[in-house]
Design a protein around this ligand. Structure first.
Ligand code: FE2
Length: 387
């Protein structure tokens, strides 16, 4: 007797629909016409069944704060940061929790069962940290929320950030963050990468830095991040988020850089919705798209995921946390229209993102967690579009 049986599931890489049997929270069988009985049976009606969506880059503390205290007029990253600084002193634990829980509800309703959220630690009261640690516990039964200690106003630039980051990690924040391109000098930025990677190494934690979120081709902190990953043996545990300056870099240098990223197994997270709207704001024409070199990185074997980054906050005035919208934008901006590339764009919000978060037992094979999403899309409808 199975706990759960999904019948008639269209599954990627399976030539015809299969049944998926689950027991004790794990997938036990994936095969056609399972004979066993189950406590709960769902007919997927040949719709696509996949492992859940995963958002590898989000900001849960600022979400749903759009218009407070006012709207970002220039549409730039820097005005967004300034706006957030205005709002920060007025935030309360309850306010952040309420907004974050609403967002988590939206996420789960759209099939997102894991989110990595950065949490701003540049606040003497660590209000957002306390709020999101509570939210992490509340949503645990149905959503994996991973938190990154993020020095939004700069690890060196904001007085006291180093102590606050330590306190946040002591309180249980999962991952070490950073923002080297926002430090006062390139040298400070590089030094912040070194110190933050050392903290992660000493504590056995992962690293995820906002890195080179700029149109400046000289912003090359990813180079230091890669070299620290290599030096400290952090292979597979480090993520460079945004990496938009790579869009504007010299091709020869970018080629060298990407091979170094592959060598040190640094993950890359692009945020297509945000990158396409925030970057290139100082350009006239032609206007740069700003998204990092997703297709080229994937071709080199670098694990690339897409994040949502923001929903209705100082940086982004749209969104509902629909990861298919993210994949759709990434596919268009990255010109990933080949069949394999479209598949990779889908992987960027599912399996590649799960790899960034180091989720265990993620997938749709026997032995994986019995977490899955049924999408309203079917092979039958594709084969018979008119009926
Ligand atoms: Fe971000």
């Amino acid at each position: 007797m199975l706990d759960l049986l999904i019948r008639n599931a269209t599954v990627i890489d399976q030539p015809s629909p299969v049944d998926i049997g689950c027991q004790n929270g794990r997938i036990s069988l994936v095969e056609p016409h399972i004979q066993a009985q189950a406590e709960t049976e769902i007919d997927a009606e040949q719709q696509l069944v996949t492992a859940p969506f995963v958002d590898s880059h989000f900001h849960m503390d600022s979400t749903l704060s759009y218009g407070r205290p006012r709207v970002n007029q220039s549409g730039t990253l820097l005005e967004g940061i300034a706006l957030w600084s205005e709002l920060k002193p007025h935030l309360t634990v309850d306010d952040i929790k309420q907004r974050a829980l609403t967002l988590c509800g939206w996420a789960v309703a759209q099939g997102n069962l894991a989110i990595r959220s950065h949490v701003d630690i540049c606040d003497p009261t660590l209000t957002a940290v306390h709020a999101l640690l509570d939210v992490r516990e509340t949503v645990k039964p149905y959503l994996d929320l991973q938190l990154v200690a993020f020095p939004q106003d700069g690890y060196f630039r904001y007085a006291g950030a180093a102590d606050l980051l330590t306190r946040a990690l002591d309180l249980g924040v999962d991952v070490v963050g950073g923002i080297p391109h926002f430090e006062r000098t390139m040298a400070d930025g590089a030094q912040s990468v070194r110190e933050l990677c050392q903290i992660a190494e000493a504590r056995g934690l992962m690293v995820d830095m906002h890195c080179d979120e700029s149109d400046d081709p000289q912003s090359r902190h990813i180079e230091t991040l890669v070299s620290e990953t290599q030096r400290l043996g952090l292979h597979g545990r480090v993520t460079g988020s945004h990496l938009t300056s790579m869009h504007s870099m010299d091709n020869y240098y970018a080629g060298k850089l990407m091979s170094l990223m592959a060598e040190s197994q640094v993950h890359a997270v692009a945020n297509p919705l945000i990158n396409i709207t925030l970057q290139g704001r100082s350009d006239s024409y032609p206007k740069r798209r700003g998204m990092t070199r997703v297709k080229e990185m994937m071709q080199l074997g670098i694990n690339v995921a897409f994040g949502h980054d923001c929903v209705l906050d100082p940086w982004y005035s749209l969104g509902s946390h629909d990861m298919l919208e993210v994949a759709n934008m990434g596919l268009h901006v990255g010109q990933m229209t080949g069949i394999t590339e479209m598949r990779q764009a889908f992987n960027a919000v599912t399996s590649h993102a799960a790899e960034v978060l180091a989720l265990e037992n993620y997938g749709l094979e026997p032995g994986c967690n019995a977490d899955m999403v049924i999408l309203q899309f079917s092979q039958a409808e594709l084969n018979n579009p008119i009926h």
